[in-house]
Design a binder for this molecule. Structure first.
Ligand SMILES: Nc1nc2c(c(=O)[nH]1)N[C@H]1C(S)=C(S)[C@@H](COP(=O)(O)OP(=O)(O)OC[C@H]3O[C@@H](n4cnc5c(N)ncnc54)[C@H](O)[C@@H]3O)O[C@H]1N2
Ligand code: MOO
Length: 409
């Protein structure tokens, strides 16, 4: 059976997205992590006027060429309350950090290099070059300059910059809504008492965390039991929540109780692809259900999460207008810590432990057991070691690439 390569699968998922979700205005205090919908221009110049970077005296540098120089202090300039007037020859203004530079002053002498005299004069003991400790108008940015680009996920520094640009609220993309449906007769919710042959559903919560981290909003639609009628019931409820993406967990494989594809086909699913050359995550399904992007993730917890990292998170980023979405999760270089056998036809994402090494690339060591049901290993892992399809056997010390779980989780 020919399996679709991972890169082709990502390209197909992204090609099936119609365009970014609509934008909304959000107050700055709630913008952390949100995606900017439009390029943002500065509403003002910063600093709007020349200011002092230090506490001291504003002077004309030429008056201090010969030191010590004695100047007459004619007033004070404080932040928010500048000195109105000019400085003449032989004059100085007491000044504080952030205060406007008086006209004709062209340098600051820090107060440690001065001595205030009793008669209202000041002795200057260091000759300042022109412009010393002066922040000229526009040092940071000029009005009209585009400082933040559309598609960017706003971090703390971006938010400070947007505030300084005088934006009280920002145009950001609405959070893409992702409806999650778990499937399986064996599942109970955490905290419930599992019956005979039952286990606790874990995927819903992991997926919700990955969705939130990618910038989306997770909608938990509960568990569908393994009947067509129940899958349809939960899918109807999920569609009523008006998601941008619908995901199912489990029921993606070939077993008699794997009903998802068959059931959704009955209500108009246009299947894009099913089964990809990846481990874990082979049975991934993709399609459109009445305009809604559909991803059917495998039930094994690690498989579901790896599919979410590689396909769902980039789909959310694409809906947020992120120009980097097609690149998928960022890959980093490392050095292999152990010998590995040759790989088969599936691109492998191995749970691994990354150890920093002083002065060199980190060492990455995959766990010996890579069963896609094992959450203990996943919690101990901090990396996914990537192995290309048909990679030949590899020796410890060779260069490899990995995904950093802290980037995604
Ligand atoms: N004959 C074959 N069998 C299987 C194949 C195959 O190609 N031929 N593929 C295997 C692979 S690879 C995977 S991955 C799994 C995926 O199976 P499904 O997507 O159909 O998932 P289920 O059978 O429903 O569940 C698999 C496993 O995961 C547990 N599960 C399901 N949902 C959750 C949840 N929300 N939280 C925690 N655990 C969950 C479920 O109990 C099963 O143990 O198929 C292989 N089989
Ligand atoms: O691909 Mo399954 O996802 O090997 O466990």
């Amino acid at each position: 059976m020919a399996l679709l390569p991972v890169a082709d699968a990502l390209a197909q998922v992204l090609a099936s997205i119609d365009g970014p979700v609509p934008e909304e205005m959000v107050p700055l205090a709630a913008c952390h992590g949100r995606s900017l919908a439009r390029d943002l221009a500065a509403r003002r110049t910063q600093p709007p006027f020349a200011v002092s970077a230090m506490d001291g005296y504003a002077v004309r540098a030429a008056d201090c060429a010969t030191i010590p120089a004695t100047l007459t202090v004619i007033g004070e300039s404080a932040a928010g309350r500048g000195y109105r007037g000019d400085i003449g020859p032989g004059e100085a203004v007491r000044i504080f950090t952030g205060a406007p530079l008086p006209t004709s002053a062209d340098a600051i002498v820090i107060q440690e290099d001065t001595q205030a005299l009793d008669d209202g004069r000041v002795e200057i003991r260091e000759a300042p070059p022109v412009g010393h400790y002066v922040r000229p108008a526009g040092l940071d940015f000029a009005q009209g300059a585009i400082l933040l680009e559309a598609g960017r996920a706003l971090d703390a520094g971006d938010i400070a910059l947007a505030a300084a640009m005088n934006h009280a609220s920002l145009p950001v993309r609405r959070k893409p809504r992702v409806a999650i449906i778990a499937t399986g007769d064996e599942l109970v919710l955490p905290g419930e008492e599992p019956g005979p042959d039952q286990i606790v559903a874990s995927n819903i919560y992991a997926l919700a965390a990955i969705i939130t981290r990618a910038g989306g909003e997770a909608i938990d639609c509960g568990i569908a039991r393994d009947t067509r009628a129940d899958v349809l019931r939960v899918v109807d409820a999920a569609r009523a929540s008006e998601p941008d993406i619908l995901i199912t967990l489990g029921g993606a494989s070939v077993g008699a109780h794997d009903l998802v594809q068959e059931t959704l086909s009955g209500i108009g699913l246009e299947l894009g692809f099913w089964r990809i050359a990846m481990r874990p995550g082979k049975p991934l399904m993709h399609g459109k259900l009445g305009g809604l992007l559909f991803l059917g993730l495998p039930g094994n917890p690690v498989s579901a999460m790896v599919c979410a990292i590689l396909f769902l998170a980039p789909a959310i980023r694409a809906l947020l207008g992120d120009p980097l979405a097609p690149q998928g999760a960022p890959r980093h270089p490392a050095i292999l810590g152990i010998d590995l056998k040759a790989n088969d036809k599936r691109e492998d994402y191995m749970r691994a432990k990354l150890t920093p090494r002083p002065g060199g690339l980190p060492l990455v060591e995959p766990f010996a057991r890579q069963d896609s049901s094992m959450l203990g290993h996943l919690a101990r892992a901090n990396a996914l070691l990537i192995r290309a399809p048909f990679a030949p056997e590899a020796k410890a010390g060779e260069p490899v690439e990995y995904l950093r779980l802290a980037d995604i989780f």
